[in-house]
Structure formats: C-alpha cells, structure tokens
Design a protein around this ligand. Sequence first.
Ligand SMILES: Nc1ncnc2c1ncn2[C@@H]1O[C@H](COP(=O)(O)OP(=O)(O)OP(=O)(O)O)[C@@H](O)[C@H]1O
Ligand SMILES: [Mg+2]
Length: 190
Amino acid sequence: MSKALSEIKVPIPDSALCVGTVPAVMIAEKMGYPIVVKMLSGFGGKGVMFASSKQEFTPILDTLQVFKEFILLQKFVESGREDLRCYVVGKEVYAVRRIAGEDDLRSNVSRGGRPRLVDFPEKYKDIVLNSATIAGAELCAVDLIRSDNEALVVEVNFTPGIMVKYFGPRFAKIFLKFIYKRAKEKKMVV
Ligand SMILES: Nc1ncnc2c1ncn2[C@@H]1O[C@H](COP(=O)(O)OP(=O)(O)OP(=O)(O)O)[C@@H](O)[C@H]1O
Ligand SMILES: [Mg+2]
C-alpha cells in the first residue's frame, strides 16, 4: 500500500520494506534515527516499535529474526504522539483525533489512545480521498500523522472500528445509511 500511495504522489513517511538484517541496518542509518519498525503481521499498534539508535535497533532486529518476518522501516515523524483517523464514507470524510496514552508513542485506541471527534480539515480532502481511491475503497479509514503542517498517510484501513462506544449510534448510522444506499443501487435489497 505504501508503494501504491507514493506512486500517486500521496505523501507518506520515508519507508522501506526489509528482509535481511544487514540491509535493514544500512537503510536505518541512511534514513537516520529515530526510526519506526513495523512487523507486517502486526495490528492495533502491536508489532510497532521505536528505535532511536543503532544500539536500540540491533536487538529489535535480532528478536524479529526469530519470527522470520518482513519488516517495514519508517522514518519517525514528530507528530506530537497523535494521529488523525479520517473515516471515508463515499466522498464524505469524518475525522477522529487519537492522542496516545501517557506511556506510549502509539495512538491506537486499543493501546490506550484517546479518541475525539473533530472537524475534518478540508485541506486534507484530496490526500484522503486519493488514498481511498487507490485502495479501491468507498468505506475505509485513512490514518494521517501530521508534522510541520504536513500530513503523511500511514495507513488505509479497510475494516475500521467505528467506535460506537465513544461516539454513539449516530456515527454508525452514517455508515449503515451509505451501505444501504449502495445495496439498493445494486438491487441487493428491495
Ligand atoms: N512513522 C511514524 N512516526 C511516528 N509515529 C508513528 C509512525 N508510524 C506509526 N506511528 C504511531 O504508531 C501507531 C501505530 O502505527 P500503524 O498504524 O502503522 O500500525 P497499526 O495500528 O498496528 O496497524 P493497523 O492500524 O493496521 O492495526 C500510529 O497510530 C501512530 O500513532
Ligand atoms: Mg494504525
């Protein structure tokens, strides 16, 4: 997905998919620390690690070798420990700001991040809708991290939780209405 996004000029953090230990260290040195190390099998923030030096990165790499996994290396973006989850519903976008818990750099709600419904900044509309289009999704969530007034896409999520627990049924209703409308157009409901 990162490759597809960069090809259509959607801004993403500097990223590289790595297989072996030696190239991973070389890439990290070239990117410059701190870096983010992501296991491809990770989810909900699990499998996302941070290394601010070669000394910190090397034992992480050694440990990951045990799992024989591909990893994604990413330049660490100073985003103030928060991200913006942008829910795409057709051509509409709804935004949830997620702020990491005190003891974490990851803003995932499952890792203690606090979600807050905010007005979607219209200036990000092209980035978000282009990301959804390249992913082929009309319903999805595009996660942005922001630094120096620049927004970078970290991920397009095809099955985002809609956090009824936090935002109540009103938010879920927006999704369900859209699904119903599409199903009717395709004559899947009468
Ligand atoms: N390059 C980065 N720089 C700084 N923080 C990052 C970076 N990448 C990720 N993060 C932080 O870590 C969190 C988790 O990262 P990411 O979304 O890539 O993995 P994931 O949440 O495990 O994946 P999924 O959403 O598919 O479950 C992000 O929400 C963000 O707060
Ligand atoms: Mg995520």
